[in-house]
Write a protein that binds this ligand. Structure first.
Ligand SMILES: Cc1ncc(C[n+]2csc(CCOP(=O)(O)OP(=O)(O)O)c2C)c(N)n1
Ligand code: SF4
Ligand SMILES: [Mg+2]
Length: 284
């Protein structure tokens, strides 16, 4: 039998799960995102040793522990800094960053803008429950202004951050909204996002059943996979700003220049030469 004739083993979603049992609250939306991600990786049949999954801190950022791929549970708000360094040093890997709305849009907000601007080939999964879940329910940048909580008894009065609008304005080349309650649609979006060359934001509505129990009703309002993907940023901006936040699908996908470091073309340099190149690249 020649090498070409040996059948390639097709991966299954469970091949990517670790033996750790998630400590998320029963019913938390994050469970379904974990499942959709393993389905997307299996669909793409990516070797486990070719994946790097990094995160920050939060309930959502526990994700790397639950997958049997190379993972790094980093520090709060720094998932994209870690992912950028990893992609510069190992451009051959499929690099995925994951975290929550607090991690990515609040403490990590500046990294978010500049990661979009660099348009490196990274998939960024934001598990957005419009609250800081892990620290027991403080408002986050995507919390609606009227939401009453112990920390903000009359609401924050601040209009919510528009992550997809910011991503578009900052240079991301793939922008989508998914819903944890739509595993099939979400798997499709994640599959497309991972395949896309450039920075992909996948903003996923994921109910926090403990601190935002009213989000259990999100499934009644979500309009699944009804968005047309645009390649023109003006049309995508109209779709993003015209949505009430309940439309899912891929809003924007463009063939924009992807930032790659010189390190990718100088694989034989010494470790210290590689580090110099990477440090220079991260000053951009
Ligand atoms: C520097 C720093 N500041 C604050 C915290 C406390 N902290 C841990 S998780 C978190 C918010 C997590 O919220 P989010 O990213 O939305 O994730 P979720 O738990 O909702 O999934 C905060 C403020 C921290 N760990 N480190
Ligand atoms: S606190 Fe909220 S986000 Fe955290 S595990 Fe529980 S339901 Fe999920
Ligand atoms: Mg959150």
């Amino acid at each position: 039998m020649s090498l070409e004739q040996i059948p390639v083993k097709k991966a299954r979603p469970n091949d990517y799960t670790s033996n750790e049992h998630p400590v998320w609250c029963p019913g938390c939306g994050h469970f379904f995102i974990l499942r959709a991600l393993t389905k997307a990786l299996a669909w793409l049949n990516i070797s486990k040793q070719d994946i790097g999954l990094v995160s920050g801190i939060g309930c959502s950022s526990r994700l790397p522990a639950y997958l049997d791929v190379y993972g790094f549970h980093g520090i709060h708000g720094r998932a994209l800094a870690l992912a950028s360094g990893l992609k510069l040093a190992r451009p051959d890997l499929t690099v995925i960053a994951a975290g929550g709305d607090g991690d990515g849009y609040s403490i990590g907000g500046n990294h978010f803008i500049h990661a979009c601007r660099r348009n490196m080939d990274i998939t960024y999964i934001v598990m957005d429950n419009e609250v800081y879940g892990m620290t027991k329910g403080q408002p986050s940048p995507t919390t609606d202004p009227e939401w009453h909580s112990k920390l903000a008894p009359n609401g924050t009065g601040l209009s919510s951050f528009n992550p997809m609008g910011i991503a578009l304005a900052s240079g991301a080349s793939f922008i989508a909204r998914g819903f944890s309650g739509d595993p099939n649609g979400l798997t499709k979006i994640l599959t497309e996002a991972i395949q896309h060359q450039g920075f992909s934001l996948v903003e996923i509505k994921s109910p926090c059943v403990t601190f935002r129990p009213e989000q259990k009703d999100w499934h009644k309002s979500m309009r699944l996979m009804n968005v047309t993907p645009f390649a023109n940023p003006m049309e995508a901006a109209q779709a993003i700003y015209g949505s009430d936040g309940f439309d899912t699908g891929i809003y924007y996908q463009a063939d924009s220049p992807v930032y790659r470091s010189e390190a990718s073309s100088k694989k034989n340099g010494t470790a210290s030469e590689q580090m110099d190149i990477i440090e220079k690249a991260l000053l951009v």
